[in-house]
Design a binder for this molecule. Structure first.
Ligand SMILES: [Zn+2]
Length: 150
C-alpha cells in the first residue's frame, strides 16, 4: 500500500467515526434495501445515522442512477435542516458489498466521497482517494431473508 498523500482531505475528519455512524444507521440502511428490493436502493447518509432515500432512476437490481440536480438539492435541503450529509449509499440486493466497475468509476469522479454499500454479506464503506479504499465494513444487523419478499 503506497503512503497516503500529504494532504488532509475532508473525509479524514469523518473517517474515524464512519463505523459508528454506519452501525447506528445499519437497520435503516437494510430497511431501505428491502423497501427497494429488487431494485438497488440509493440515498444519502447523515452523521446522525438518518438515511434520506433518492430515486434510482435506473430501476435496476444491478446499478443505480441519480439525477445530479436532485442530489445537490437534497444535500442543500439537509444542510438547511441542520443535518450533516456524510456519505452516499446504495444497495447490492443480491451481491457482496464490493464496488462494481461502474461504482468505482463513480467513486473516481467523486474523489474523497464516502460510499456505503449495503450488500448481502455486510455493509461496507468505500472511497477513492487516488486508489480504492475499504474504509470499514460491518456485519448485517440481522440475517438476510433468502428471497422471501412479498
Ligand atoms: Zn454498486
Amino acid at each position: 500500500m503506497p503512503d497516503h498523500p500529504d494532504k488532509t482531505p475532508q473525509w479524514v475528519a469523518i473517517a474515524p467515526h464512519i463505523k459508528e455512524v454506519v452501525e447506528l444507521a445499519a437497520v435503516g440502511l437494510v430497511d431501505e434495501r428491502d423497501k427497494c428490493y429488487p431494485v438497488e436502493a440509493v440515498g444519502i447518509l447523515c452523521l446522525s445515522g438518518e438515511v434520506f432515500p433518492l430515486i434510482n432512476q435506473a430501476r435496476s437490481p444491478k446499478r443505480f442512477e441519480v439525477n445530479q440536480k436532485l442530489v445537490s438539492e437534497g444535500i442543500n435541503a439537509l444542510l438547511e435542516r441542520g443535518r450533516n450529509p456524510i456519505a452516499v449509499y446504495h444497495s447490492h440486493p443480491e451481491a457482496a458489498a464490493e464496488p462494481s466497475d461502474r461504482d468505482q468509476m463513480l467513486m473516481k469522479q467523486n474523489e474523497g466521497t464516502l460510499h456505503v454499500i449495503i450488500g448481502n454479506d455486510g455493509i461496507a464503506v468505500w472511497m477513492w482517494d487516488g486508489w480504492l479504499r475499504l474504509v470499514t465494513k460491518i456485519p448485517l444487523p440481522k440475517p438476510v431473508p433468502d428471497g422471501e419478499h412479498t
